[in-house]
Design a protein around this ligand. Structure first.
Ligand code: OFO
Length: 171
């Protein structure tokens, strides 16, 4: 069973994950629009992953007998300076999400809500991977440059990312 406060904060997190999906969908559209199909693919895979995160929390709130309450999703940015700008904004956003997950864990500990603590561990681990991926791509963009041949090579690499639907998905 969830406390009212925990239910409210998990609903907020659903909204943040949906916003993440929306932001990366917008970056995917911008990438397509600026001739970067590999980046467009990478961000579209990220969009699907974020929807999966939102659905995980949605299912958890329901499983715990809580009430899911969906809120309006903010309009994401739609123009970006270049590929580096997109990934710097992505990293910054993921750092914000990591902070938000950590605050949820803090609340679960404070409330002695062991089920939610265990549930959130998956997200704690996932955020390490999310920030790591962004840092790697930023490093590559710095090394290879974010224009010309270097950008072309990175675009090709990001085009190979594939989204795998989780077995238990309800999407
Ligand atoms: Fe859901 O991890 Fe990104 O935002």
């Amino acid at each position: 069973m969830l406390s009212k406060k925990m239910e409210q904060e998990l609903n907020e997190q659903i909204n943040k994950e949906m916003y993440s999906a929306y932001l990366y969908m917008s970056m995917s559209a911008h990438s397509t629009n600026t001739g970067l199909p590999g980046f467009a693919n990478w961000f579209m895979v990220q969009y699907h992953e974020e929807m999966e995160h939102a659905m995980k929390i949605y299912d958890y709130v329901n499983d715990q007998g809580g009430k899911v309450k969906l809120k309006a999703i903010d309009e994401p940015l739609s123009t970006f300076k270049d590929a580096m700008d997109m990934f710097q904004k992505t990293l910054k956003h993921e750092q914000f999400i990591t902070k938000s997950i950590n605050e949820l864990v803090d609340l679960a500990i404070k409330e002695k809500d062991h089920a939610t603590q265990i549930f959130l561990q998956w997200f704690v681990t996932e955020q390490i991977e999310e920030e790591g991926n962004d840092n790697d791509i930023i490093a590559k963009l710095k090394l290879a440059g974010d224009k010309g041949n270097g950008l072309f090579m990175i675009d090709k690499e990001l085009g190979a990312r594939v989204y795998t639907l989780p077995a238990e998905s309800t999407e």
